[in-house]
Design a protein around this ligand. Structure first.
Ligand code: NAP
Length: 258
């Protein structure tokens, strides 16, 4: 029974959004190997080309698409065309932004972090269902576990995405599709460089790739780290709301525009 629960696999036909930088680029490089095909998405073509060249030098077949995940039609069309050619066995909805406070930034975060992930995943669900297998991963954040005072819209976007992923997992598992909800704390990347303030238990850029890859290879339901931050935020959410609000103010930081 244990052997049945501990399934290990390494995906070979993989779509990754937000692959021009940070975690997405790191995962692309980590998966890159002979026999692996990668479809890499982000807005900056030049950066995607650089990541693609590194992945090709490791033996992978790579296609790139410079697209905004907030635009459902071009993204959906491209995903369907690529899926026709290769049949993705793993899609990682990783693209995300953190914006300074304000109405424009708030809307952008919801559009990119939540709608962008939904635009990435929805076109592939009927195809995975028809094939009877597949693996979907969403990159959320510990900010999805308890509202942080300096980034309400980021929290909202990631909490929405976390619940979207949890709901998909419950619904799709009987049809052979796994869903992994990734909930990272702070890790080194261009995004975290734009945050000033407390970033407790920050994880290195190579380590975050290892943790996420291991969780994906094991088809884990959840990959949440670092555990003390996850436990603390879950505990704060259980406390009376105003006490939780006082304690959460220890997590103060500012987001600078990218
Ligand atoms: N770094 C942290 O401490 C941390 C902690 C928890 C969760 N996360 C989450 O982890 C994920 C990866 O973040 P990271 O730290 O690796 O950040 P990053 O280095 O800034 O990378 C973000 C990626 O998303 C892409 N992207 C942003 N907006 C996009 C859009 N509208 N359309 C398509 N692609 C878009 C960016 O590419 P282009 O600019 O080329 O489009 C880039 O490739 C994000 O979802 C983030 O919210 C990060």
């Amino acid at each position: 029974m244990l052997a049945g629960m501990m399934r290990f696999y390494s995906a070979r036909r993989i779509a990754i959004t937000g692959a021009s930088s940070g975690l997405g680029a790191g995962l692309a490089r980590d998966y890159a190997a002979p026999g692996v095909s990668l479809a890499l998405f982000a807005r900056r073509n030049e950066r995607l080309e650089q990541v693609a060249a590194e992945c090709r030098s490791r033996g992978a077949t790579v296609e790139i698409a410079a697209l905004d995940v907030g635009e459902s039609e071009p993204l959906g069309g491209m995903l369907r065309a690529m899926d026709d050619a290769q049949g993705f066995d793993l899609v990682i909805a990783n693209a995300g932004i953190a914006a300074p406070p304000g109405e424009a930034g708030a809307a952008k975060q919801i559009r990119t972090n939540l709608l962008g992930a939904i635009h990435t995943i929805e076109p592939l669900i009927p195809r995975m269902l028809a094939r009877g297998h597949g693996h979907i991963a969403v990159v959320t954040s510990v900010a999805a576990l308890r509202g942080l005072p300096d980034c309400p819209a980021y929290c909202a976007s990631k909490a929405g995405l976390r619940l979207y992923g949890e709901a998909l997992r419950a619904g799709l598992a009987p049809s052979g599709i796994d869903v992994t909800v990734i909930t990272p704390g702070f890790f080194f990347s261009p995004m975290s460089e734009r945050l000033r303030g407390s970033k407790p238990l920050m994880v290195g850029s190579a380590r975050v790739v290892r943790i996420v890859r291991r969780g994906l290879d094991r088809r884990r339901a959840r990959v949440s780290f670092p555990w003390p931050i996850v436990a603390l935020l879950r505990l704060l959410d259980l406390l009376p709301a105003r006490l939780g609000d006082v304690l959460i103010r220890w997590f103060r930081f500012q987001i600078y525009a990218g």
